[in-house]
Design a protein around this ligand. Sequence first.
Ligand code: PEP
Ligand code: MG
Length: 594
Amino acid sequence: MSFQVFGLPVSRGVAIGRAVLVASSRVDVAHYFISDAQVASEIDRLRVARDVVATELGTLQRDMPAEAPPELSALLDVHLMLLHDETLTGATKHWIRERHYNAEWALSAQLEVLARQFDEMEDEYLRERKADLEQVVERLLSAMARGALPAGLAVPAVRDFGGEDPLVLVANDISPADMLQFKRSVFTGFITDVGGKTSHTAIVARSLDIPAVVGAREASRLIRQDDWLVIDGDAGIVVVNPSPIVLEEYRFRQRQIELERARLSRLRHTRAVTLDGECVELLANIEQPADALAALEAGAVGVGLFRSEFMFMNRAGELPGEDEQFEAYRAAVEAMKGLPVTIQTVDVGADKPLDRMSINELRHEHALNPAMGLRAIRWSLSEPTMFRQQLRAILRASAYGKVRLLVPMLAHPSEIKQTLEALARAKQQLAEAHRPFTDVEVGAMIEVPAAALILPVFLRHFDFVSIGTNDLIQYTLAIDRADEAVAYLYDPWHPAVLQLIAGTIEQARALGRSVSVCGEMAGDTEFTELLLAMGLRSFSMHPSQIAMVKQRILRADTRRLAGRLGAAMGSDDPAVTCAEAFGGAVQPALVALR
Ligand code: PEP
Ligand code: MG
């Protein structure tokens, strides 16, 4: 049956593929692809776990006290029967062989398939057997967790996928760290039930440059393993099992998007200069050193935001040391071949926890309000040893290229003072150890309204500022950016948000300080003219967005745009007024695709 699911569009384009369901109840089991060579050992892990559980159940039955109710023994019989049933273990092997899922993932995928079959049973007694099945799977998972992973399996390998069909990942929720892991895989699109447009899971999905829909609420319940899916990443629609006509329509759109991309890629070497001769700096946001390649390929003139926190995640409590960090920063700096790299000190917390917690777990189980908690610079200042290690690692990388240091989420003058003291101390330690480093520029993220409101204080202490619009919107409007329930109120067009951004740009420019925007607004072409009109000349975004933004810049006349800024800002509905005021500034005929 064909039907549609609606969510929030987070990454543009059309994806068509078969559903790979990451079961909601099992998000905490590891999900990774194995190579051909690992299939046999993975099936072996499953077999060993099954034998262990069979022994456990047998022992339970044998040692059952005489007074135990007879139903208990019957229940264990049911569990043993389920354990040996081919529909569980046989089909799990199928996911391992055909899809190259690791054993835990394969098992939870098969549980999801069977659980749905139980849900549809007429007979109440049989329907209730679903709980037994879940318990058996729990036992198997726990047996696997107790057993050591065979060598080489712990690190997810780049997948040697044998299947023919493209795959779309469907999950209730995915942590940003897991999403980053999927970066090296073959998924052609992503769908999650929860999350907002600028949740970090969505941001990582966008950086993969493949269509994604988040906040699709019931998607992982309604979609079944292997269903054919179309993701319309522009509209936020998922079409499940589309009819041939709908499928053909979307395939046509896919081809058009490909053509458009190929056309835009020709702008790569074109300098971003407006019609009236204003040069604009287009920088890249990256999550790991390897992303520098995509940044260069997209024609970025530097990295405006290297989110170092991804290196800190999923490490079972052990954080990266100074040398490991230094190697990563140096790799990014060297890869950028002399172009500037802005490394942001770690921004963990909120929806970027150190372990692989998902939004749901954070929201319901761990912290009341993680976005307001010990996050970003607050966490760094509470871990002074770690912070100084990171500062030293960043400083050391400056001996290999142009490094700029960026500090997230500062709000209090006292935090500025402590940060700069920690930096001075880190420099002193390096100097004493005769480690080379250069005098890096130091900048502050402006992403808390308090920072924007006391900007002169920041400008006294920092060489540059970068506006983190994702958080600035969240904190100005009191809307959790990761919460799909209030996503409709997360509004970059809110006049209060625009005022803070415009004020920051104006004040920084007046003092001759460089100011950039590195939140998602920078890569969204809806805002390009508005930001230019505000005086912004430095934008940092996902590499995949650079060409589209550049195209808008090439068509813009900043004098004309600036003249219309007042009307746009003063309105009750800036989105509409901006479209009217800036629409006339677009002159496609003048754009030369050189
Ligand atoms: C922002 O808040 O706009 C930003 C760029 O940082 P992050 O999205 O990592 O919080
Ligand atoms: Mg931020």
